[in-house]
Design a binder for this molecule. Structure first.
Ligand code: GLY
Length: 428
């Protein structure tokens, strides 16, 4: 079987690795891919938004299955283009990917179908948004409606910050057209959990849980990033919480999308806040999380191609998803200065230390293969993932493995998985 993966990040490397473990795969392509993916797949120089070129490639090379990793092409309708040409593709169609593409759509969906989330209001006029904020309670959360590389969410501690946020999003258009509409929602607290789910339009199967670290600096300080590290499973996502989510969130979302004529086939990423009042949906995404995929997929026992086939064929109910009874932690090595300004082109050394070492992975994000070797080519450079029997062991293993890799402006958070220690504190 020939498989094409669309995307170029650590998530796509983790997907490519997972596909490479399948007995059914003969050849993997990735467009456009990156330096690390090129070790296990043939990278094709077509950008993720060049839908016709990608479909031409799939047709000309008799690709049996295309997996779309990234949000932009999904929201832009790449799946519809492939399906119109009779090409087998995994991901939600445009009318379903809107669940990630528009925050006001997803909030309205949750309200209409009683899916637990926090209170919100939507505005298309900056004047009306500012008027609403005058009587709001702080902190408060401002979200640009559309896709903004994970950066369109601002937490504002007072009216002054919120007014500046409205200006940034709606008037200065820092996130482009994504800021034409703004969602203003209540600030809620608790442990966050990311649950990625396989979906076939009718059935939904949640994978093991994970927890992301979105801020750039230790102690959850600094700017929002795509994610600086993850651990899986989340010890805060108990069986009781999982049961609640299965009954009130996952299937309810599937049913809601179906009722709206937007059957969701693909990966639904449910971002949860585990509040004292119970789980609340913070956001939906229409694809694997990054770096969540880097800790979830290495723990999955199933052949990913079997599960994807079952999703496409509407037979997900025949699959038992199984995960290893262990833990994994991913620490992202970034270029110092990310997510703002940073240098590229730094030579990366030590990657050979991962070869064949069981339970250790270097999932590349911003890297490029050059004549002198693999060099940095982005803000998030490599996700270092390690497994362990427990979360603490996995965390120690992951941090040990971060020392194997060097490049000039290497930066990482030193507190990925700190929340794991809270479990012990809670027991004391
Ligand atoms: N790690 C968050 C995301 O993938 O959106």
């Amino acid at each position: 079987m020939k498989v094409l993966i669309v995307g170029s990040g650590g998530r796509e490397h983790a997907i490519a690795w997972s596909v490479s473990q399948s007995k059914r795969v003969d050849k993997i392509y990735c467009a456009p891919g990156n330096g690390g993916i090129s070790e296990i797949a043939e990278c094709v120089s077509i950008a993720a938004m060049e839908f016709d070129k990608l479909a031409d490639f799939a047709q000309d090379n008799e690709i049996d299955l295309t997996i779309i990793g990234m949000d932009d092409p999904l929201v832009g309708g790449i799946v519809d283009v492939f399906e119109e040409r009779g090409l087998k593709v995994f991901g939600p169609r445009k009318n379903a990917a809107i669940i990630e593409g528009s925050k006001s759509f997803s909030k309205d969906l949750m309200k209409k179908y009683n899916i637990p989330t926090c209170h919100y209001e939507t505005f298309t006029s900056p004047e009306e948004a500012l008027l609403y904020l005058e009587n709001a309670e702080f902190p408060i959360v401002l979200k640009a409606d559309g896709l903004a590389l994970g950066k369109g969410v601002l937490i504002c501690n007072n009216l002054e910050e919120a007014e500046a946020g409205v200006t940034t999003i709606m008037l200065d258009k820092q996130f482009g057209a994504a800021g034409d509409t703004i969602v203003i929602e209540d600030f809620i607290t608790g442990q966050e959990a990311s649950v990625l789910c396989f979906c076939d339009g009718t059935h939904i199967k949640p994978m093991t849980s994970a927890q992301d670290h979105k801020r750039a600096k230790d102690g959850d300080q600094g700017l929002n990033t795509g994610g600086m590290g993850t651990f899986s499973p989340s010890p805060f996502y108990t069986e009781e919480i999982q049961k609640f989510c299965e009954e009130n969130i996952y299937q309810a979302t599937m049913d809601a999308m179906k009722a709206e004529g937007r059957d969701f086939i693909g990966i639904l990423f449910v971002g949860l806040m585990l509040t004292e009042q119970g789980p609340r949906v913070l956001e939906y995404n229409a694809r694997f999380g990054d770096p969540e995929a880097q800790v979830v997929l290495p723990r999955m026992k199933n052949d990913i191609l079997d599960v994807i086939d079952a999703c496409i064929d509407g037979k997900l109910d025949t699959i038992d998803l199984e995960f290893e009874d262990n833990a994994a932690v991913c620490v992202v090595l970034a270029s110092d200065g990310y997510p703002e300004h940073y240098e590229r082109g730094k030579l990366i050394t030590g990657l050979e230390k991962f070869d064949g070492k069981d339970g250790y992975y270097a999932f590349h994000a911003g890297t490029k293969k050059t004549d002198k070797g693999i060099v940095t080519n982005g803000g998030r450079v490599i996700g270092i993932t390690a497994k362990g029997a427990t979360l603490k062991e996995a965390r120690a293993n992951a941090y040990k493995a971060t020392e194997w890799v060097e490049f000039d402006n290497k930066y990482m958070r030193s507190d990925i998985g700190k929340a794991i220690d809270k479990i012990d504190e809670m027991k004391e």
